[in-house]
Structures are given as structure tokens and as C-alpha cells.
Design a binder for this molecule. Structure first.
Ligand code: C5P
Length: 231
């Protein structure tokens, strides 16, 4: 038995910064678990939309968050997320779900209801946790804190490409506007606003491929003494 808590790498940043891709690759390369915390907020939003719960009804949203029946496929596998045994990954990635997620994420009781569920993902041999408040709120004692950014133009272009690949046609200016709105809401909300903690390693991925970002994070992990058994 290993003593103490499993190591956690917190990866925070705005939408389109590449943190999903980087965090998944990092989890696979380390053989660690992966938490996509944004998916939990998206699931609460989707569940609210399906059950016709008003996105301003904090108590009902908190009840949905507390009772989410959800299952994730491991990081190295095709993204599959089951809500009440129905596969919903594609539906979760729509702009509508992202927009609704950012609304429910501003509700303090929803964040409180999801806190322990997120902490439960920290299991041996370690966890890569991806989100907005991983370092500041959910895992304040994380082994390593990374804040990933990219220019607003690059983030909108990445998102546009991703949606196009999924056959979803959205105009780039509309998407830039949506992303700017979502970023502003995430950065300015009263609870757990999106911003780097003082001890975070800030990295700009505008012109860095995910592989290189992962390589840097692995170097930082080695520097803080984490024994890396590559998967
Ligand atoms: O990362 P993703 O785009 O899937 O997140 C969807 C929304 O969920 C974000 O815009 C943000 O409002 C919210 N979120 C959050 N805290 C997290 C992860 C996501 O508030 N840890």
C-alpha cells in the first residue's frame, strides 16, 4: 500500500485552450485516471434541458447534480459518456450544452453538489483533472497545477474545426462571440471564477502542439519528484 493521497495534476483553462486533449494524452501517457469536470456541468445542463428544469431554479438543479447517474469510459478509449445508461457524449459537446453548462456552473449549490463527486476521482496511481477550478477549489493541494491558455482567435478556430469535423456548421464570428460570452461568464462569476492560482505553471498553447505541452508537464512533474511509470 502506498501512503497518503494519490498525486493529482490540475489542468485549468478557458474553452478551446486544448486542456481536454492535453489532459487525456497526459493521463494515457502516465496510466492515470482522468476527470473531465466540464462534462459533469454539461451533464447537469443536459439533464435540466431534458427534464425541462428552469436553468434559474437552483434547488432543482442542485438535486439533479446530486443524483446524476453517469458513467465515463477510460481516457484512452473512444469518448463515451452514459447518462442514465444512454450514450450522450456527442450531445454534450454541442454549443447549446456548453452554453447551458456555463449557466448552471454559476449556481453555487450546483458546484457544491458536484464537489465530492469530483474529489472521488482521485485514485491511485494518480489523476489528471481538467476544468476551471481544479487548482483553486477541487484539488487545492494538487501535486502540480497547470493553467493552459491560447489566443481567443486560435481557440475559436480550434472549436470551429472540431464542430465542422462533427458535421456541425457554425459561423466563425458567431462562435467567437459565444466563446467570448462564455469566457466572460466563467471569469467573472462570484463562485470559483476561472483564473490561474499563484502557484500554477501558465502555458500558452497558441503555437504549441498538444504533444509538446504534455512533454513540458511531464518535465514539471519529474521536477516535483513524481515517479513516472510510463504506461
Ligand atoms: O470544459 P467545458 O467546455 O466542457 O465546460 C463547460 C462549462 O462548464 C464551462 O464553460 C464552465 O462554465 C463550466 N465548468 C466549470 N468548472 C469546471 C469545468 C467546467 O465551471 N471545473
Amino acid at each position: 500500500m502506498k501512503a497518503g493521497q494519490p498525486p493529482v495534476v490540475a489542468v485549468d483553462g478557458p474553452s478551446g485552450s486544448g486542456k481536454g486533449t492535453v489532459s487525456r494524452q497526459l493521463a494515457v501517457s502516465l496510466g492515470w485516471h482522468y476527470l473531465d469536470s466540464g462534462a459533469l456541468y454539461r451533464l447537469v445542463a443536459l439533464s435540466a434541458l431534458r427534464n425541462r428544469v428552469d436553468l434559474a431554479d437552483a434547488d432543482r438543479l442542485a438535486a439533479l447534480a446530486a443524483n446524476l447517474n453517469v458513467r465515463f469510459a477510460p481516457a484512452g478509449e473512444l469518448e463515451r459518456i452514459y447518462l442514465d445508461d444512454t450514450e450522450v457524449a456527442a450531445e454534450l459537446r454541442t454549443e447549446q450544452a456548453g452554453e447551458a453548462a456555463s449557466r448552471v456552473a454559476a449556481v453555487p449549490v450546483v458546484r457544491a453538489a458536484l464537489l465530492q463527486r469530483q474529489r472521488d476521482f482521485a485514485r491511485w496511481p494518480g489523476l489528471v483533472a481538467d476544468g476551471r477550478d481544479m487548482a483553486s477549489v477541487v484539488f487545492p493541494a494538487a501535486t502540480l497545477k497547470v493553467f493552459l491558455t491560447a489566443s481567443a482567435e486560435e481557440r475559436a478556430m480550434r472549436r470551429h474545426k472540431q464542430l465542422k469535423e462533427k458535421g456541425i456548421d457554425v459561423s466563425l464570428p458567431d462562435l467567437s462571440w459565444d466563446i467570448a460570452q462564455r469566457d466572460a461568464r466563467d471569469a467573472n462569476r462570484a463562485v470559483a471564477p476561472l483564473r490561474p492560482t499563484p502557484e500554477a505553471h501558465v502555458i500558452d498553447s497558441t503555437s504549441l502542439p498538444p504533444k509538446e505541452v504534455v512533454a513540458r508537464i511531464l518535465e514539471w512533474l519529474a521536477a516535483v519528484g513524481v515517479e513516472i511509470e510510463r504506461a
